[in-house]
Design a protein around this ligand. Structure first.
Ligand code: NIG
Length: 402
């Protein structure tokens, strides 16, 4: 059965089949009054007027915005337990890294994840995925990283895959094998490289790997050691410069990382180096909003012709939100992106980070992951705070809400 959406303000984001850089981020490929025909889960035609079969289901957009589904390219959405006590401590002024050093923070979630079964983890995750879908996320990356033991990391990855089977959108698992450590850091890194990485590689060949380069988490040396080993078989990404700039950006670029994520504490020189590289910068403004009021200077990256993607970083410690519209609203207020740039960063560039060139734009042949907003002006996405701007979500050609 085919579907025709007509009389829509279309943000096609059509363009080159690669990440948008610099000025390109502001170009949304607007068709002010257009139509999209969907068949077999894909976009069959798009333009001011398209041909559609007589029996096509019709959605009358009444001039509202139709755009690609959000691609949330950085989350830790698989967890158990909560971090409410830690949050109260932080409200009283105790810093995040101090709580981590004292064995709380990530370690508290590790404890809860180890105690949960795979089925329980998948069930918690499913609830969050349903909330994501309602707010327009049709593709989401989800990291492990709360296991810190080989079996527990594998359990997380299996739970993520399992939850994905019951969700109409697309899940991309990432093996975050360098999130924190237990015992001696050197010994722990050796265990990850010699035992955890091969076990993960065996069950999840080609999975993207990740690490958290930060004081009290993984050192620069440990990250480099891990990525040098992993890069032979796995694409890699890295959490860099969240609180401290430890020199990870130049190393990540040298090692060919797909993205460097966070960037709140990145130096001017490293931002310039990043803008000139093929590694993408991923910004996570919900974290600055929840933790410490520090934000990545994404506008500077864009002015220097860099490529930026935007994600929620959904996790229990630093970003308890699943909302891409909120991430857009904050990126515009605090990271120096325009509404159009934030939209491109949340769609086509998120897809590029995940190496999914079949989505993030509305072009013939693309997967039909589409959002019909309540609004006739896409700037409302960035302007509005705390509402849900998404009226209808279409996933692989199927309407998954009304
Ligand atoms: O990206 N900073 C490292 N990882 C997450 C936080 C995880 C947590 O605190 O549970 C982040 O912010």
């Amino acid at each position: 059965m085919s579907l025709l959406i007509r009389n829509a303000r279309l943000l096609t984001l059509a363009g080159p089949n690669r990440p948008r850089r610099g000025k390109e981020l502001g170009e949304l490929g607007l068709i002010p009054q257009g139509e999209v025909m969907v068949a077999d889960g894909k976009i069959a035609a798009v333009g001011p007027k398209v041909e559609a079969p007589a029996d096509a289901e019709i959605i009358e957009a009444q001039g509202r915005v139709l755009m690609p589904g959000f691609v949330d390219c950085h989350t830790h959405a698989c967890w158990a337990g909560d971090r409410l006590n830690e949050w109260e401590q932080r409200l009283r002024g105790v810093p995040y890294l101090e709580i981590l050093k004292a064995g709380g923070g990530i370690h508290a979630t590790v404890q809860a994840v180890r105690e949960a079964t795979k089925k329980q983890l998948a069930a918690h995750l499913k609830t969050r995925l349903e909330a994501m879908l309602r707010e327009g996320t049709t593709t989401v990356e989800i990291k492990s990283g709360y296991g810190l033991e080989t079996e527990a990391e594998l359990k997380m990855l299996r739970a993520i895959v399992r939850a994905g089977h019951e969700w109409p959108g697309t899940i991309v698992p990432t093996a975050l094998l360098g999130h924190a450590f237990e015992g001696d850091h050197n010994e722990y890194t050796r265990m990850v490289v010699k035992e955890m990485l091969p076990a993960v590689s065996k069950e999840f060949p080609n999975i993207t790997v990740d690490a958290y380069c930060e004081e009290g988490a993984w050192s620069l040396e440990a990250c480099v050691r891990f990525f040098e080993k992993a890069a032979k078989h796995h694409p890699h990404r890295v959490h860099a410069d969240q609180f401290n700039s430890l020199g990870m950006i130049p190393e990540a670029i040298r090692l060919g990382a797909r993205s460097v994520d966070h960037l709140e504490a990145t130096t001017k020189a490293d931002l310039t180096m990043l803008a000139k590289s093929r590694t993408m910068g991923v910004i996570l403004p919900c974290t600055g909003f929840h933790v410490d009021g520090c934000y990545a200077r994404a506008g500077s990256l864009v002015h220097q012709d860099g490529a930026v993607a935007l994600a929620t970083n959904c996790n229990p410690g630093t970003s308890p939100t699943h909302s891409m519209p909120l991430a857009i609203a904050l990126a515009v207020r605090f990271c120096g992106l325009s509404p159009a740039e934030a939209i491109a960063a949340a769609t086509v560039n998120g897809a590029a980070v995940l190496n999914l060139p079949d989505r993030g734009t509305i072009e013939t042949g693309q997967r039909a992951d589409l959002l019909l907003l309540h609004h006739k002006d896409e700037r409302q996405l960035a302007y509005e705070l705390g509402g849900n701007p998404v009226a209808t979500v279409i996933c692989a050609g199927q309407r998954v809400n009304q």
